[in-house]
Design a protein around this ligand. Structure first.
Ligand code: CUA
Length: 196
């Protein structure tokens, strides 16, 4: 009977025709290989998801999103652009449905700029086109990105993580101004784009 299942015609197989049992054995091997590949991929997703994926790619620094407005680095009076003792600039922003606070910030050209962002509600994104600035803004974490603007101009910064019905309208702006204009920014210049 075994012979008839491998060769139903009862005649020798033609050259190039693979016997059924060989096909079955090969298919079983492929099934095992594919199942193993799938298991490995799923394990990678689960492990990275639990252990390391859900945080901004740049920086693992936790913060309580429910008390942002009450205490710490992201209170309203501390938002916007700050000049550090070494001349570099730190910009602090809060992302929330559906805006960045402040809505527009000014930074000097030709100066190291560090953006520090956090979210007050859901996951947002922060992207400056044609620069290296591109990060997720996750509630509970501080995202930090460093860059340097070489040319003056205005950058639109869209939120690029879907965050709700108003996502498409969530934009803010970075205005790059000449370095000289940035020696002693007033409070207004730190927290909004003052027309030149
Ligand atoms: Cu915020 Cu999309």
């Amino acid at each position: 009977m075994a012979e008839s299942s491998t060769n139903p015609l009862g005649r020798p197989l033609l050259d190039g025709i693979v016997p059924e049992e060989v096909v079955a054995r090969t298919e079983k091997r492929w099934i095992k290989l594919m199942a193993a590949t799938l298991l490995v991929m799923m394990a990678v997703i689960v492990v990275t998801g639990i252990a390391s994926a859900l945080h901004p790619p740049s920086n693992v620094e936790v913060i309580d999103p429910t008390t942002l407005h009450l205490q710490g680095e992201f209170v309203e009076s501390n938002l916007g652009t700050a000049v550090e003792p070494d001349g570099s600039v730190t910009v602090r922003l809060i992302a929330e449905q559906y805006d960045f606070i402040p809505h527009c910030v000014q930074v000097p050209a030709g100066t190291p700029v560090k953006f520090r962002l956090t979210s007050a509600d859901v996951v947002h994104g922060f992207l400056l086109p044609n620069t290296n600035v591109n990060t997720m803004v996750v509630p509970g974490f501080v995202a930090e990105v460093r860059t340097r603007f070489t040319t003056r101009g205005e950058y639109a910064m869209p939120c690029h993580e879907f965050c709700g019905l108003g996502h498409h309208a969530m934009w803010a702006h970075v205005r790059v101004v000449p370095k000289e204009r940035f020696a002693n920014p007033t409070y207004l210049e730190r927290t909004r784009c003052v027309s030149q």
